[in-house]
Each structure stands twice: as C-alpha cells, then as structure tokens.
Design a protein around this ligand. Structure first.
Ligand code: APR
Length: 238
C-alpha cells in the first residue's frame, strides 16, 4: 500500500470525555442539564440571554478544572512528528487540543475562550464572564459580546480550508463524535470521493460508522495513542 502523506482528523466531544467534560448526547439526552436547543441556538440567546450567557460562563470556567488526556497528547505528538500535511478539525469548544500542544488545528464550532461582538463582528480572546456585559475590546460597546460558539443554524468556521484539506487527504480519521451534526458528519463522504482511507475511533459505532473502511472501538485515551504509535511506526498501514 502507498504511504500516507495528507491526514485530516475530525474530533468531537468523546475525545474530551475522559478529561471530565460532558458529551452532548449522553444517555439522558441533556448537555450539562440542558436541552441543546435551549442553550445552543440564536433563538435561545435572543429569548433568554441570561440563561445562555450564564451557561457558557460556567462551561468556560470549567476549563480551568480539566486537563488534556492521553488522546489529546497523542494527536499533538502526531502533529509535531508528521512530515506531511495534517489538519485537526475539532467540533469541541474546549481548548484541550491546544493545551496539549496541537498547532494545525481548526475549531469549526468556535471556542469558549473567544467572544464575538454583536456590534462590530470582532472575535477576541475572552476568559471572564459575559453576564455582566463587559465592553468589546475592539469597538467599546458594552453588553454586545456573545459566546463565539457556532449555534445550530449558524455557519461553521473555515469550511473552505477544511474542504481543501479533505480533497487532498490520503487518510481521514474521525475520533469521538456521534456523526449526528452536519457538515462535520459529511466529511467522511468527501474524503471517500477522493479515495482517502477512512478510520473511525470511537467508544461505540457512530451513526455513520458504516461509511468508514476501518474502525476501532474503545476509550479515546487508549485507542488514539495506540493508533498514533502504529501510524508513526508504519505510515503505509492505518
Ligand atoms: N472515547 C471515545 N469516544 C467516546 C468516549 C470516549 N471516552 N466517550 C464518549 N464517546 C463517544 C460517544 O460514543 C459518541 O459517539 O463520543 C461521541 C460523542 O458524541 P456527541 O455527544 O454527539 O458529541 P459530538 O459528536 O462532538 O457533537 C457534535 O453537536 O451539539 C453539537 O456543536 C455541538 O460540536 C457538537 C456537535
């Protein structure tokens, strides 16, 4: 088999689960006690800004209590060591990939540690609380900052770059995502159209598992480091 050169890796909430961050679609169907549509839509923000801002303030504060796990660290190691193209596309809004050291990373659904100004459109690094309406660092408007999170119905970030990378990919790997939310759930199909090999690493088969040529099931903290070591040792095998 030909050696792999260009890799795209998609990650979801499952990669951060063992760090202590809740996934979205747990057994109770709730995210930290809320229905996703009550906190994760533009309509929710318009209807009850206090609830939404308080919810994301709490998620942001929780980042200080968690650490990257071996799966994040293994992907950062792969990013450092891999001589070909590599792109990690995460649906996660936590900062655990970058704290582990990953550099070639896109947050397709935004970031908890970023604010989006509804007055001027600026995106800025933000670590505090939005509830008390701090001013935008760019335009000075108070009370205009919202979480820089891509809510349902909004357009994900940097799709052009991601599609370009997928069209060049030799290998597409999906880690810790249920495959329930588009466009990310469709990346495997784009990769397949260009003949990329496809691999799913997840706790259990996802909604789209039949689309993957290969799969490994188990906790990310075990199966991701194992896969990274295998790939670095033998880049012609997946
Ligand atoms: N190791 C590997 N996979 C795991 C682990 C683990 N320790 N724990 C859970 N998983 C798997 C679950 O089996 C599930 O398939 O991770 C997946 C998590 O799925 P979701 O909770 O649906 O999260 P995700 O796919 O990231 O959600 C996508 O939905 O609400 C939106 O914008 C939000 O980015 C999010 C998007």
């Amino acid at each position: 088999m030909t050696a792999i050169r260009n890799i795209v890796i998609l990650t979801g909430a499952g990669i951060s689960a063992e760090s202590g961050l809740a996934t979205f679609r747990g057994p109770d169907g709730l995210w930290e006690g809320h229905r996703v549509e009550d906190v994760c839509t533009p309509e929710a923000l318009a209807r009850d800004p206090e609830l939404v801002l308080r919810f994301y303030d709490a998620r942001r504060a929780a980042l200080a209590t968690v650490q990257p796990n071996p799966a994040h660290r293994a992907l950062a190691r792969l990013d450092r060591a891999w001589p070909g193209e590599l792109l990690i596309v995460t649906q996660n809004v936590d900062d655990l990939h970058e704290r582990a050291g990953a550099k070639r990373l896109i947050h397709i659904h935004g970031e908890l540690l970023s604010a989006l100004c509804r007055a001027c459109g600026a995106r800025e690094r933000f670590a505090g609380s939005m509830l008390d309406g701090p001013p935008c660092a760019a335009c000075g408007q108070a009370g205009a900052l919202r979480p820089d999170i891509v809510f349902f119905g909004e357009i994900p970030y940097r799709m052009d770059e991601i599609e370009d990378a997928l069209l060049q990919a030799d290998l597409f790997v999906s880690i810790g995502t249920s495959g329930a939310v588009y466009p990310a759930a469709g990346f495997v199909q784009i990769a397949r159209t260009v003949g990329a090999r496809t691999l799913e690493l997840n706790l259990e088969p996802s909604a789209g598992s039949s689309l993957f040529e290969q799969a490994n099931y188990g906790p990310a903290s075990r199966i991701v480091p194992e896969w990274v070591e295998r790939l670095l040792a033998r880049p012609d095998l997946v």
